[in-house]
Structure formats: structure tokens, C-alpha cells
Design a protein around this ligand. Structure first.
Ligand code: PHE
Length: 342
């Protein structure tokens, strides 16, 4: 190769280098151009330099100077292009305004929990405390101590979930009455929220497991007037201005017994599907604790009297929030539950 040929090749590469560097429009493309031109193994400039020793001795100096100038020029061009690309690059990734927003689920207390807490609070102001008992219960606490006669239909396999010969899943929270009476001397005022179990189909208004709140007050001289006054006070506190009525009823463990109704919260008393046209909704069962129950728990029924009630906070949540199907309370569907976020 002659000096002229070498200088021509250098000039040609200078022009190729300019085009390649200015065509690189991303950092990756620029890096590819750098390798193509200056790469140690097979860069075009590196190859040109390898040709130097083949030149005549007197040509090498000028040729070397030319290729070094080219190298510096290419390095400068690469650096300038890199800086230009960096200043164009957006600071943050492009914002896609059409992307669907991510839904931020809000945690919420379950409607039944909200109702239980509110009811407990109302009774707490009347100096009731919270008591508990086991869900797997001895049948004596669930039935026998509560004055159920031995052949009572509630004890049928059809209605009760038996765990063993004398063990049941409690069918109501009333066994907590007996356990509390055994453990503490009167005066007693307790509220016992908890799960109860019955062999039921699962449909819009029945579930095999449901919550109940038991209430009980036992002292000397406690009367039906106390029961009525306390439960009426509760209904007004919970539902606001409402009417209540007590209807005679029957439970083995209370005598007399009464169910309490409030004015239908849906129609206000005019009659609708929710109250089956009656204008009233039953919210609890109650009564004066049967002396046999006090006695079976070891309480002197000559000296003490008491009243008790049991209500279903699930049903009360339905009334309060207009929930049409109790299965919604069991589904754990966050779209339903989120509506109760505060
Ligand atoms: N245990 C009754 C039930 O489950 C409710 C009740 C409790 C009634 C206390 C009277 C007194 O239906």
C-alpha cells in the first residue's frame, strides 16, 4: 500500500465514521457504532492501524499522524453524540395515559362486626361487660341446663350438629348464661357475642353458622319492667326514633318470654316485602330467666331474678344496611365489603 492509498482510505473512513455516528439515535446504536469503528479486535480504525507496518518506512510517520487524528476525531464525535442523546432522553419513562388505573382496595370492618361493636357499646354504657363461652359445647350447657325437656325437638339430629354423644356445636349463645352464672355471683350484666351453629341449608335467609348476641342481667328484684325498658332503650339508640312492640313467645329457658319487633326500617311501617307486609321486624327473643335455669347453675332462684335476650346481628346488619341476601355476609367479596370502609 502506498501513502496516498493509505491517506485515501483514512479519508474514506472519516466520512463513514461521520455518517455512522450521526445516524446513531439511541445509546445502544451509538455503542454499536463505537465497536464498529474503534473495537479492539475488528474495528475499522484498528484494522487501518494494522496496515501501518506494511507501508514504506518514510511514509509511516505521515500515515501514523493521519490515522491518529482520525482516531481523536472519531472519539470526539462519539462523545459529542453521546452527550446529545443524553440531553434528549426523557427524564422519566413515557406516561401512558390510556393505561387502566390500578384499583386500591380499602380495608373495611365486616358489617356484622360493625353492628356487634355498636351494640356492645350501647350496652357497655349500661355497665354490661362482654362474656364468652366455647363454640364446641357440652349438650348439658346447650340444652339440659337451659330447661329443655329430654325429648325437645331442637335436640334432634336434624337441627343440631353433634360432635359426639354429649358434644354439640352450640345452637345458640344461651349456654354462656349458664357458664357465667356458675362463675360469677350476681349482680351480673353481660353481653355474649359469638357464633352459633344449626343444621340449616345455606340460602338467602339461613346459614349453618351465624352470629348471636346473648344478653343477661341477674340481680335481686330484677323484673320484666327492666327487660322492657332496657331493650326499648337499646332499640331507640340503635335504630333512632322507632316504635317497638313485645309479642308473647316461648323458650324453655325463659318464662314469660317475648319477642321484640321494631318498625320495619325499609318501609317505616306501611308494609313491604322485607317485613312481609306487617310493618314490623323481629329483632330478638327475650324473657325472664326460668328459675330452673338459675337453679341448675347454682344460683338461689328465691333470692335472684333475671332477664335475658338473644339477637342476630347478621339480621340486624341486613336491616340497617338494606342487605337483601345474607349470603353476601359470608362471601368475603371485597367489592361488597369495601362499601363499609369508613
Ligand atoms: N337462644 C334463643 C334463640 O336462639 C334466644 C333467646 C335468648 C331467647 C335468651 C330468650 C332469652 O332463639
Amino acid at each position: 500500500m502506498t501513502l496516498d492509498e493509505f491517506l485515501a482510505a483514512t479519508a474514506a473512513l472519516a466520512s463513514t465514521a461521520r455518517t455512522h455516528v450521526s445516524a446513531a439515535d439511541t445509546p445502544a446504536a451509538l455503542e454499536a457504532a463505537r465497536t464498529e469503528l474503534l473495537g479492539r479486535k475488528s474495528g475499522r480504525l484498528t484494522e487501518l492501524m494494522r496496515a501501518l507496518p506494511d507501508l514504506p518506512a518514510d511514509a509511516r510517520r505521515d500515515a501514523g499522524a493521519a490515522v491518529n487524528r482520525l482516531k481523536t476525531a472519531v472519539e470526539t464525535a462519539l462523545e459529542e453524540r453521546r452527550a446529545a442523546l443524553a440531553s434528549q432522553a426523557p427524564a422519566t419513562p413515557a406516561l401512558d395515559r390510556t393505561m387502566p388505573a390500578r384499583h386500591a382496595w380499602r380495608g373495611a370492618k365486616h358489617p356484622v362486626t360493625l353492628v356487634v361493636e355498636e351494640i356492645v357499646e350501647i350496652f357497655r354504657e349500661l355497665s354490661f361487660t362482654v362474656a364468652t363461652g366455647p363454640e364446641a359445647e357440652h349438650d348439658w350447657y346447650n340444652f339440659g341446663a337451659l330447661n329443655f325437656p329430654p325429648e325437645h325437638p331442637a335436640m334432634d339430629l336434624h337441627d343440631t350438629l353433634y360432635l359426639g354423644p354429649n358434644a354439640v356445636l352450640r345452637t345458640h349463645t344461651s349456654p354462656v348464661q349458664v357458664r357465667t352464672l356458675q362463675s360469677y355471683p350476681p349482680p351480673i350484666r353481660i353481653l355474649a357475642p359469638g357464633n352459633a351453629f344449626r343444621r340449616d341449608f345455606f340460602d338467602a335467609s339461613h346459614a349453618p353458622v351465624f352470629m348471636q348476641i346473648e344478653g343477661m342481667a341477674v340481680d335481686e328484684g330484677v323484673s320484666f319492667v327492666d327487660l322492657k325498658a332496657t331493650l326499648t332503650h337499646f332499640a331507640t339508640r340503635f335504630f333512632g326514633k322507632t316504635e317497638t312492640r313485645f309479642r308473647p313467645s316461648y323458650f324453655p329457658f325463659t318464662e314469660p318470654s317475648a319477642e321484640m319487633d321494631v318498625r320495619c326500617t325499609i318501609c317505616g311501617g306501611a308494609g313491604c316485602a322485607a317485613c312481609k307486609g306487617t310493618g314490623w321486624m323481629e329483632i330478638l327473643g327475650s324473657g325472664m330467666i326460668h328459675p330452673a335455669v338459675l337453679e341448675s347453675a347454682g344460683v338461689d332462684a328465691e333470692r335472684y331474678t333475671g332477664w335475658a335476650f338473644g339477637m342476630g346481628p347478621g339480621r340486624i346488619a341486613d336491616l340497617r344496611y338494606g342487605i337483601p341476601d345474607i349470603r353476601l355476609l359470608y362471601d368475603s367479596d371485597v367489592r361488597f365489603l369495601e362499601q363499609f370502609a369508613t
